[in-house]
Structures are given as structure tokens and as C-alpha cells.
Ligand binder design. Structure first.
Ligand code: FES
Ligand code: FES
Length: 154
């Protein structure tokens, strides 16, 4: 079995896996980072969103062989104590309902805010439309993003 060196949440890991194993399964099954969720497996829901080299990506669509020498951040890497502005905003707006989609939503929002500290509503709608929520928390997600924008621009 080939082995791959991965940088996840600023830690270096070596994993043994087939090169085409999706990053999602490497994170969940080999590294026990289960915050990243499996929804559809076909690039349609965003539950598996992580940040790779500063951009949000669907981890179900990234073979581990293509993740070497990339900086990968998962929901566990935002902060351990809930102090990341996006984590605080999500708490303040009480966003989650069942919660299943929320790690992906938060990673998509974080990647957007790292690129643009003051995204327009149009931009927010466009970026966040890649992440589905069956519970319909879209209104609170937007509210939380605005809270995070206030916080990071203080
Ligand atoms: S599980 Fe990856 S996009 Fe749905
Ligand atoms: S909070 Fe339930 S799917 Fe989004």
C-alpha cells in the first residue's frame, strides 16, 4: 500500500492508502477526524467541505494522492476552544438544527472570509449556495456570516 504525507490542521501525518482514496475517508477513517461529514459523495451537498491551500474543496472529490504538499484545514482545525470568529458567530446566531451540514457550511464560510473580509450579500449567496442544508438553516447561516464579518473587521 502506498503511503502519503499529509499536512492537516498544521500537523504532519503519514497515511497508508490507495492513491484514489477520497480525502474524506482518509480524514474520517484513518485520522479519526470525524467532523468532516459524508453527505452525497458526488459533489452535490458540501457536507464534506474542507479548506485546502486557502480554498474550500469537497473532500469527497479529492483523491489522497492529490493532497500531498497541500495545507488542509478541517473543522477541528478552526480552534480547539471555539474562539474562531466563525465558531463564535455560529454559536451567537444558534445556527445548527440537526447540525450535520454545519461543519461544511462553516468551512465554506471560513474560506470565503479568509479571501475577502467584507464579502457582499451577492458573494455570500453565491459561495454558500454550494452547501446544502436539509433543515433549512440558510437564514441563520447568513446572519452568522454577518456577525463574523463584524468581528473580523473590528
Ligand atoms: S459528500 Fe462531498 S459534496 Fe456531498
Ligand atoms: S442543520 Fe440539519 S442539514 Fe443543516
Amino acid at each position: 500500500m502506498p503511503s502519503f504525507s499529509l499536512n492537516v490542521n498544521n500537523k504532519q501525518y503519514t497515511v497508508e492508502a490507495e492513491a484514489d482514496m477520497p480525502l474524506l475517508w482518509v480524514l474520517r477513517d484513518l485520522l479519526n477526524l470525524t467532523g468532516t461529514k459524508y453527505g452525497c459523495g458526488v459533489a452535490s451537498c458540501g457536507a464534506c467541505t474542507v479548506i485546502m491551500d486557502g480554498s474550500s474543496v469537497y473532500s469527497c472529490q479529492r483523491p489522497v494522492g492529490a493532497c500531498v504538499n497541500k495545507k488542509i484545514i478541517t473543522i477541528e482545525g478552526l480552534s480547539e476552544d471555539g474562539s474562531h470568529p466563525v465558531q463564535k458567530a455560529w454559536q451567537k446566531a444558534a445556527v445548527p438544527q440537526c447540525g450535520y451540514c454545519q461543519p461544511g457550511q462553516m468551512m465554506a464560510a471560513t474560506a470565503m472570509l479568509e479571501k475577502n473580509k467584507r464579502p457582499t450579500d451577492e458573494m455570500i449567496n453565491s459561495v454558500m449556495s454550494d452547501n446544502l442544508c436539509r433543515c433549512g438553516t440558510y437564514h441563520r447561516i447568513k446572519e452568522a456570516i454577518h456577525i463574523a464579518i463584524e468581528e473580523i473587521n473590528k
